[in-house]
Structures are given as structure tokens and as C-alpha cells.
Design a protein around this ligand. Structure first.
Ligand SMILES: Cc1cc2nc3c(=O)[nH]c(=O)nc-3n(C[C@H](O)[C@H](O)[C@H](O)COP(=O)(O)O)c2cc1C
Length: 367
């Protein structure tokens, strides 16, 4: 099957991507002090140089005291981090690539003791106590306003340092998804209750980001059914419910939906072959990004724990068929690109035999 479909340009307003290959956001924890350094710059530059059309950066935290959950994650606020990101942008642009930051707030996943201020507890939709101590501070409506303002400011900063858009991390059981999911949102105010109410935080956040960046600056929204707290969780069970969930997000200003699944070939609902990105495109009329085990024979979560498993390169046939049928517009690649900066180029040139397998070892270095 010809691979050209992956290497056609993509246009959306002023956004022009040279190829359909997107680098999936992947936390790498190589930014001490929250600042992307020369190694990080080189890491992203290499992917752009080898045919990745759009880089979505690793999750990068917005300017709120409790946004971070892990060591050495880059920040998206403050002079030094933003100056570091500006260098990343310039390096990627010099190679003809495009780049957006993934704006992140981890919500209740944070643990006391985490940088930058070890004394700050997690913030989440609902309070949690452990041994009489607040481990998750239940967010007040003022906290909600503050976090929304932090996302809007980060988006404005992204625009001013030359980023090509932003991705809002609304997936995987982090803050925005914690509001969506009834398993983590027990609020009794207008931000809790029905799915429409639980979506209010995301909708207001997207509207604030849109207001901050104006029309024409791309907003990508990443969402998932699965949560890191529960891989089988689902926000919606039917296409109708998915449509109802997505419409207000779309109307609030999302340009592209990034539909996070672990295996792109799995039908999202019975009775149709369409995956989550396929359904989302059909229901919203907006372009979508698919993701999940592209080019590899094992899904990613099994590598988040200690394992000596190896994911081997796998055929792209099914993916290309779906892309040719325009089930989705763009294809995000995670681990295959993490381990092999030249993955896209090797695919383009038919050098399958040179593509590297993925194992946990790849996480230890930034190549
Ligand atoms: C090391 C690692 C870090 C990740 N960090 C993030 C992240 O910061 N934000 C996010 O939305 N997804 C993150 N993910 C999920 C990936 O974006 C992607 O959805 C997942 O790896 C599936 O794609 P793949 O099968 O091609 O690897 C991470 C995945 C890996 C392997």
C-alpha cells in the first residue's frame, strides 16, 4: 500500500502542515527547573527534520501552583521556560516543521512533595482527605477561574513566541478530564452533575483560550474515553452521546480534535468500523487526529510499568486504508517516534527494515 497519504500536506486556515504525521505528546522529564534545554531543542528539531508535519510537545504545565505532577517536566510560564520554548519553535521552523505545546494541568494526580512548591496539594474537582490531611483540594469557583486564566495566558504566550497553535490536554484522567468524568467529579454546583455540566469547565476554558488568541490561531483539543485511573472508563456509550458531548466543545472554538485511543483500529461503537477519530470527524465536521499503536505491535500502557517487553514495527496497511478513506485527517505517532527520530523518513522511503523497535529503555535517554 502506498504511503503517500501520510505525506500529503494538510491545510486548515493559516495552518499548513507539510505532512500528515504528527508527533504525539510524550512526557520526557528532561527539563530540570522546568526549562527546555539544548537537548530538548535538538530532540524536537530532529523529528521536524525527518518529516514530522506537526509536533505536539510533551505536556507542559500552565501557570498555576498545582498544575504539575512530575519531576523535570517543562513549564509553559516564566521567562526562562518560555525562552527555552522559543528556541524549540525556531529550531523546528528552521526545518520546515510546525509545533504546538500541549498545555497541561494534572489536577488530582499531583502528590504533596512535587515541584515546584512541595507544600502545595493537588487541586481537583472534588476534595479528598487522607488521614485527616487534604491531599486534593476541591476547587472553588475562584480556583476554576484562576486555572482557566492560566490556560488562556499560556495560549497567548504560545502565540507570542511563534507556536503554530496550542493543544489543550483534556484526556487521560488529568484535570479537565477529571471534570468530564463522573468517577472523579462529585460537585453539586453547575460544574458537576450531568455530562453537560461536567463539560462546563472545558467549555469555558476553550472559550477563554479562543478569546486570548483570537480567530485563526489553531486550538487542538485532546480527549479520551480511557482514564489512567481506569482504562475501561467511558465518558459516552453511543454515537449520539458522543455528538452531544463534542458539540459544545466544538462550538466553543476547537479547530481539531485529537482522539486518544490505545489501538487506532478498534471500532469505537458496535455496528461500525469507525474509530473514535472517525466518529468525531463525522459528528463534528472538524478535522481529527487518530493515535494508538501506529507502526507498533503492542499498545503503550504495558510499557508504563517495568517490563522487558519489546514492541516490534508493524504494518501500516490498515492505517493507510483508513487515511485514504478520510476516516481522519492526521495520524499521531508516539513511541515509534520517541525511539526513532527518523521514523517518518524511513516510512516515506520504504526503509521498513531500518525502523527501530520500542522498549522501555528508550525512555531513559533523549535522542
Ligand atoms: C513516555 C510517554 C509519555 C506520554 N506522555 C503524554 C503526555 O504528556 N500527554 C499526553 O496526552 N499523552 C502522553 N502519552 C500518550 C501518547 O501521546 C500516545 O497517546 C500513546 O503513547 C499512544 O501512542 P503510541 O501507541 O504511538 O505510543 C505518553 C506516552 C508515552 C509512551
Amino acid at each position: 500500500m502506498p504511503v503517500q497519504a501520510l505525506f500529503k500536506p494538510f491545510h486548515l486556515g493559516a495552518l499548513e502542515l507539510p505532512t500528515r504525521v504528527v508527533m504525539a505528546p510524550m512526557t520526557r522529564s528532561f527539563s530540570p527547573g522546568g526549562v527546555p534545554n539544548s537537548k530538548v531543542i535538538e530532540y524536537y528539531r530532529r523529528r521536524a527534520a525527518a518529516g514530522v508535519g506537526l509536533i505536539i510537545t510533551e505536556g507542559t504545565t500552565v501557570g498555576h501552583i498545582a498544575s504539575n505532577g512530575y519531576p523535570n517536566v517543562p513549564q509553559f510560564f516564566g521567562d526562562a521556560p518560555l525562552a527555552g520554548w522559543k528556541k524549540v519553535v525556531d529550531a523546528v521552523h528552521a526545518e520546515g516543521g510546525k509545533i504546538v505545546p500541549q498545555l497541561w494541568h494534572v489536577g488530582s494526580v499531583r502528590r504533596i512533595g512535587t515541584e515546584p512548591d512541595a507544600s502545595v496539594p493537588a487541586y481537583g474537582p472534588s476534595e479528598k482527605l487522607k488521614d485527616g490531611q487534604v491531599v486534593v483540594h476541591g476547587m472553588t469557583q475562584q480556583d476554576i477561574k484562576d486555572v482557566i486564566a492560566a490556560f488562556a495566558q499560556a495560549a497567548k504566550d504560545a502565540q507570542s513566541i511563534g507556536m503554530d497553535g496550542v493543544e489543550i490536554h483534556g484526556a487521560h484522567g488529568y484535570l479537565i478530564d477529571q471534570f468530564f468524568w463522573e468517577g472523579s467529579n462529585q460537585r453539586s454546583d453547575e460544574y458537576g452533575g450531568s455530562l453537560a455540566n461536567r463539560s462546563r469547565f472545558a467549555i469555558e476554558l476553550i472559550q477563554a483560550v479562543r478569546a486570548a488568541v483570537g480567530e485563526g490561531f489553531p486550538i487542538i483539543f485532546r480527549f479520551s474515553q480511557w482514564k489512567q485511573q481506569d482504562y475501561t472508563a467511558r465518558l459516552v456509550q453511543t454515537p449520539e452521546a458522543l455528538g452531544e458531548f463534542l458539540k459544545p466543545l466544538s462550538d466553543a472554538g476547537v479547530d481539531i480534535f485529537h482522539c486518544s485511543t490505545r489501538r487506532f483500529w478498534e471500532p469505537e461503537f458496535d455496528g461500525s468500523e469507525l474509530n473514535l477519530a472517525g466518529w468525531t470527524r463525522k459528528l463534528t465536521g472538524k478535522p481529527t487526529i487518530t493515535v494508538g499503536s501506529v507502526g507498533l505491535d503492542g499498545e503503550f500502557l504495558q510499557f508504563m510499568v517495568n517490563t522487558d517487553k519489546v514492541a516490534q514495527p508493524a504494518s501500516l496497511e490498515n492505517l493507510l486504508e483508513r487515511l485514504n478513506k478520510e476516516e481522519f485527517d492526521l495520524v499521531a505517532v508516539g513511541r515509534a517516534l520517541l525511539v526513532d527520530p527518523d521514523w517518518a523518513q524511513k516510512v516515506r522511503e520504504g526503509r521498513e527494515q531500518d525502523i527501530l523497535p520500542f522498549s522501555r529503555e528508550a525512555l531513559m535517554t533523549l535522542v
